[in-house]
Structure formats: structure tokens, C-alpha cells
Ligand binder design. Structure first.
Ligand code: TSJ
Length: 650
């Protein structure tokens, strides 16, 4: 088309593209590298739509040495015939009319838009040039340029340099090829980030099962192909890489309800939080929205039904809550629908209310079908058991919260009786010793530095961990005293700023009971005061195992290697005392060996120790008697139990 021969309609359209160039931010948000990618995704999205509608299965993305990029699909090809309303070819409409995407076609072309929905014309407007080829028996070509208008001194954007031409060159290919060069006068940078392109292409390949996405960068000769036969199931496996999964194959389903296509995959790990990723028309919805809400309520309904049918929940039990099913859940939900409305701060929350019941319906329907599959029985049982565990902790935490509240209101009288508080008011200097046994507790009280060291004795065998469940443990008075002594609250109420002792030191015997107490306390801290461990406030005190002495000379040994050294040091005529428990030491000895900051051995507990303890407590408190016996047998040796903790002298 020669200059000057535009119809009034053309001119209006071209003004549209100029408007894009005047205010790119209005159309693509930013002219940073993000905006640069945006105009690539506009093109890719069109090809993805063609794939989502089942008309193509291969997309190639290529970066060239001249800074241009191309996208090619093997779909039906952009319509080449004259578009009745505008009197120009479909191709021309697509590249010159704003928001043209999805405005024409056969009604199958329905899943376009959303985030990148401004259309291919925006890419054209912000490019130095753009070339398109359509393969429909013959090769059709058209080219657009941006150029400086000498009359006005302004840049005219995306001007067709000819109408769509049928070159009559025969081709066996089918599809659309678009190559464009982002305009350096528009963007802050015209250098694509390979890393973020690959990330998105991989995501698109996951989201569109069976679609092959081929990427090639001429500059670096880098080639990568993404193709996932498993679709969302493969996505889940990828997301769970490096995590401990609770069952092998993800649960997967895809179905349509009321014109909304719903697809989801689920797999559980041993994590405590959930990782749910949702999409609408291939666009990530980081803030969730109606589809996610429907997904979660469908899941909760379905799993509860299963739990009752299989007697994992008894008649008297309350239903499990949505939150219970969050533990360890990795899920991906992808919906495809029309007229998408985005909401929220960053406009990535799905607002369409109709998405909610549609997703819920599909989830319930499809999961119910899977639940009938005997082979998946173990998987569903595992999921329910994980949620039952979460519910137990939730109920226990609730009780503990109530107890802690009650404890707070209790005038400290009856608790302080056990807790020998310290007088200093600087938490960073204060230490709380949790001591096994009244007799060691008594020695510790005598030996301590009153200003900075507080003592809480744990009576005799207060915590028979083999028989007690966590919620019962939380009713234990000593535990309640620990909660009130630390001052932080527990669970979601936990506040580290209120911590009254920056060192919490567990002092227990070098035997099986002692190790139980350590494990139990660590588990308690891990489940209810995790930050205490994360921030390094929890320690295990290390009493010596031996005293080597001769006359006035006394040396302590904390392990067998040290014992040999000390024997040598003390020399001929030495005697050895082996300590079986803290109670065998008098106050002076306890001070010297275990409590004196200048001489003692402390182990700082790290998070893996606590996580390991958490796992072990399940064994110790569970119903698996054989497992428990085995554990106790294996860990009867004190040194081995304390492998949990990283040694750090303090
Ligand atoms: F972005 C874009 F428009 F430039 C572009 C579109 C870029 C690329 C790489 C591919 C495409 C594209 C468009 N691939 N496939 C299509 N399909 C159509 O536009 C199409 C084809 C046939 C019919 C029909 O009703 O017969 C309808 C449509 C919308």
C-alpha cells in the first residue's frame, strides 16, 4: 500500500498504533526488559492459543543476531481473507488494530487474552519492523515498518509496506511465522533474558500437555526443547524435585464444566506448608482467586468424604478443615475460560465468580472417580493420614493456646514454685536450664548464678513420651511452665521479641530417658516455637561422662577419647568416676562441669536436629510398637542420640 492511499479507517487504526508508541506503559506496563519480553509473549500467546484449541502441537521461538525474535507455529495460519468489517486481510487486522486478538474467528478462538491480551498489534507498534508469513498451501507474506514522518517529525508505527501478498510459492507447511525487531528507541534494553524466556517456555510446555516448544538462540547457538507428555503431572514432579514425596504418581484430572476447562494435579510431600500454583489461560494467578477457592473447597469436601467412607474419620469426629489438607500439598490448577477478569493488587487474582463452582464440581467429580480406583487406595490413605496429623497438631495448638492463656492469668505462685527465676532483666544475658530430675534440679539451683541463670526442674519422669500424644504433652505442667517462663507464646501467637532467655538449655541424663526428654522438648520447640530453634536459642547441656582424679587433682572427660587424654594428664594412681546421671554430681561439680559459661560444653541445636526429632517423635509416640522398640534399641547409646546436634562450645 503506497503512502497516501489509506482509507479513513486505516488512518484511525494507524493512529492507534502511534498511541501505543506514545505511551507504551499504558499497553505493556513498562519499557524495561519486562516490557521487552511482554511484546514477545504477545506473539507467543497467540500461538499458544492455537495449540490450546487443538490446532497446533509445535511452537518454535528463535532469537537472531540482529536483535530480532521470531515465533512460528504449525496451526491453521492467521486468516488471510478479507475481514468484512475493515475490508483488509485478517493478517492486517491482527497487526494493526488494537485489541484485535480474539475478536474474530470461528468461536473456537476463545481463550486469548488476560495479562498479555493487548494483542499482536502492540508488538508491531513497538518494533522497528515486523514480518509475518502464513503457510496455507502457499506462502503469504506481509511486512510492517516504523518510520520517521518528515512532515511531523514523529515516528509512524507499524505501517504496512504492502498489503498481504500471496507469493504463490507452494508449501507443505501449515502455520504462522512472525519475526520482529524490538525498537531500541522504545525499550531501555533490547537484550532478551534467555533465562526468563526459558522459564516461561518451560512453564507453557508444562501447562499445555504434548505441545513441543523449541527454543534456539543464534547468538549463543543454544538450543532447548520442552515437551511434557505428562503436562501438569510433570510440572508437579518438577516442583517437588528434591523434596520427599509421600506417594509416587501425582493425582491428575482434566474436565470441562459450563464452558470452563479445569485441569489439576496434586502430590503430597513431607513439608508442613502448601505450594499451590494456579493459572488462568496459561497466565499465573499468584494471588489465587475463585478457581483456587473452588479447588480447595472441592478437595476438602472430597477428602472428608473419603475419610468417612474408609473409617479414617469416625462418626464422632469433626470434619477435617481446609487448612489440614494444606500440609505438604503441592498442587497446580489450570483453568481455561472466557471473559477473564483479573483483580487484586497486582491484577493476578481471578475474579470470575463462575470459576469457583466449576472448579469445585470438576475436582469433586474427578477425585471421586480416582478414589474408586483400588490401586490409589494407599495414596488417598496417605493424604488423609497427613491431614489427620495436621488436625491433631491444630487441636493441640488450640488447647495449648487456651492453656497458655489460662497460665498467663494464673498468678505465678504455683508455677514459680518450680521455676527458680533469675533476677537479671536482660534477656540476652539470661539462661533457662531445663533440668531432668528434682535432685539435679536442686543442685542446679544451688550452683547457679542467680542473676542470669533460671532453673526449671522436670520432675522424676514427667513425660512418658511413649504413651503421651502431643496434645497431652501440652497439658503437662512443666511444658506449660516452659511456655509461660519463655514469655513468647506458641504457634501463631509466638513472638520472639518477648523471649526472656536467649539461651534455653536442656540438661538431661546420658541415658534413654534423658534422650527421650531431649527429643520431646526439641519436638515441642520445633512444632510450637520453631523460631526459637531457627534463631539458635536452644542448646543441649553436656555433662561429663567421667571424672579422673588423684588427691586434689580433678579432670572431667566428656567422651572416651577425652577420658584417655585426661588419664594421661593425671598420671599414675588415678581413679575414675563414671557419672550415670546428673544427680550424682553435687552442686559444685555441676557448676564446674555443666553450668559455668567459662568451662561448660553446650551444643546448639539446629533446625535439622529438630526436624529429625520431629520425625522420631512420630515413631516414639506412634502405635508402631516394633518401630519404637527398634528405635530405643538403636539409640540406647547416648552419643548416638546426640548426633542430632551440632557441637558448638559456648
Ligand atoms: F500474534 C500473532 F498474531 F502474530 C500470531 C498469531 C503469531 C503466531 C506465531 C501465531 C498466530 C496464530 C494465529 N497461530 N494460529 C492462529 N490462528 C488464527 O488466527 C485463526 C485461524 C483460523 C481461524 C478460523 O476460524 O478458521 C481463526 C483463527 C483466529
Amino acid at each position: 500500500m503506497a503512502k497516501g492511499s489509506y482509507s479513513a479507517e486505516d488512518i484511525k487504526i494507524l493512529e492507534g498504533l502511534d498511541a501505543v508508541r506514545m505511551r507504551p506503559g499504558m499497553y505493556i506496563g513498562t519499557t524495561s526488559v519486562k516490557g521487552l519480553h511482554h511484546i514477545l509473549w504477545e506473539i507467543v500467546d497467540n500461538a499458544i492459543d492455537e495449540a490450546a484449541n487443538g490446532y497446533c502441537n509445535r511452537i518454535e521461538v528463535k532469537l537472531y543476531k540482529d536483535g530480532s525474535a521470531s515465533v512460528e507455529d504449525n496451526g491453521r495460519g492467521i486468516p488471510t481473507d478479507i475481514h468484512p468489517k475493515s475490508g483488509v486481510s485478517g493478517v492486517q487486522v491482527v497487526f494493526t488494530q488494537l485489541h484485535a486478538g480474539g475478536k474474530f474467528g470461528d468461536g473456537n478462538y476463545q481463550f486469548s487474552g488476560g495479562l498479555h491480551g493487548v494483542g499482536a498489534s502492540v508488538t508491531n507498534a513497538l518494533s522497528e519492523w515486523l514480518k509475518v508469513e502464513v503457510y496455507r498451501n502457499t506462502v503469504y507474506k506481509m511486512e510492517f515498518h516504523s518510520f520517521l514522518d518528515e512532515k511531523t517529525g514523529k515516528i509512524k508505527s507499524g505501517v504496512p509496506i504492502s498489503p498481504l501478498v500471496d507469493t504463490k510459492v507452494k508449501t507443505k507447511k501449515r502455520g504462522t511465522f512472525v519475526r520482529f525487531k524490538p525498537d531500541a528507541r522504545v525499550f531501555e534494553t533490547v537484550e532478551f533474558s534467555i533465562e526468563s524466556i526459558l522459564k516461561r517456555l518451560r512453564e507453557l510446555a508444562f501447562l499445555n500437555k504434548g505441545l513441543t516448544i523449541d527454543f534456539y538462540d543464534e547468538n549463543t547457538d543454544f538450543h532447548r526443547v520442552y515437551e511434557y507428555e505428562g503436562g501438569l503431572s510433570d510440572f508437579i514432579k518438577y516442583a517437588n524435585e528434591g523434596k520427599t514425596i509421600l506417594y509416587g504418581e501425582p493425582l491428575y484430572a482434566k474436565a470441562e464444566k459450563d464452558g470452563i476447562i479445569v485441569e489439576f494435579a496434586i502430590q503430597h510431600t513431607d513439608a508442613y506448608t502448601d505450594s499451590v500454583f494456579s493459572y488462568v489461560n496459561n497466565i499465573p494467578t499468584g494471588e489465587g482467586g475463585m478457581h483456587e477457592t473452588g479447588f480447595r473447597s472441592g478437595l476438602t469436601r472430597c477428602f472428608n468424604d473419603y475419610a468417612r467412607e474408609h473409617n479414617l474419620l469416625k462418626d464422632k469426629d469433626d470434619n477435617l478443615l481446609g487448612d489440614d489438607f494444606k500440609e505438604g500439598l503441592t498442587a497446580i490448577i489450570s483453568v481455561k475460560m472466557q471473559n477473564v477478569q483479573f483483580e487484586g493488587q497486582t491484577k493476578n487474582k481471578l475474579g470470575n465468580p463462575e470459576a469457583r463452582p466449576a472448579v469445585e464440581y470438576v475436582v469433586i467429580n474427578e477425585l471421586s472417580l480416582l478414589m474408586k480406583n483400588k490401586k490409589l487406595g494407599k495414596t488417598f490413605d496417605t493424604i488423609i493420614n497427613k491431614a489427620l496429623g495436621a488436625a491433631k497438631v491444630r487441636l493441640a495448638a488450640k488447647k495449648a493456646k487456651e492453656l497458655a492463656r489460662a497460665t498467663k492469668s494464673l498468678e505465678s505462685a504455683n508455677l514459680v514454685g518450680k521455676l527458680a527465676a533469675c533476677s537479671g532483666r536482660k534477656p540476652e544475658l539470661n539462661e533457662l536450664f531445663i533440668v531432668e530430675g528434682d535432685s539435679a534440679g536442686g543442685s542446679a539451683k544451688q550452683a547457679r548464678v542467680r542473676q542470669t541463670q533460671a532453673i526449671l526442674p522436670l520432675r522424676g519422669k514427667p513425660l512418658n513420651v511413649e504413651k503421651k500424644k502431643l496434645d497431652q504433652i501440652l497439658q503437662n505442667e512443666e511444658i506449660r511452665t516452659i511456655i509461660s517462663a519463655l514469655g513468647t507464646g506458641i504457634g501463631s501467637d509466638f513472638n520472639l521479641d518477648d523471649l526472656k532467655f536467649h539461651k534455653v538449655i536442656i540438661l538431661s541424663d546420658a541415658d534413654v530417658d534423658g534422650s527421650h526428654i531431649r527429643i520431646l522438648l526439641l519436638t515441642f520447640f520445633f512444632r510450637y516455637m520453631r523460631e526459637l530453634i531457627n534463631e539458635g536459642h536452644v542448646y543441649i547441656g553436656m555433662p561429663p561422662l567421667y571424672k579422673v582424679y588423684k588427691g586434689n587433682v580433678e579432670e572431667y572427660a566428656y567422651d572416651d577419647k577425652e577420658l584417655a587424654e585426661k588419664i594421661e594428664k593425671v598420671g599414675r594412681g588415678y581413679q575414675i568416676q563414671r557419672y550415670k546421671g546428673l544427680g550424682e554430681m553435687d552442686a559444685a561439680q555441676l557448676w564446674e562441669t555443666t553450668m559455668d559459661p567459662a568451662k561448660r560444653n553446650l551444643m546448639q541445636v539446629n533446625i535439622e536436629d529438630a526436624a529429625e526429632a520431629d520425625r522420631l517423635i512420630t515413631v516414639l509416640m506412634g502405635d508402631e510398637v516394633a518401630e519404637r522398640k527398634k528405635y530405643i534399641f538403636e539409640h540406647a547409646d547416648f552419643d548416638r542420640v546426640d548426633k542430632f546436634a551440632k557441637i558448638k562450645r559456648s
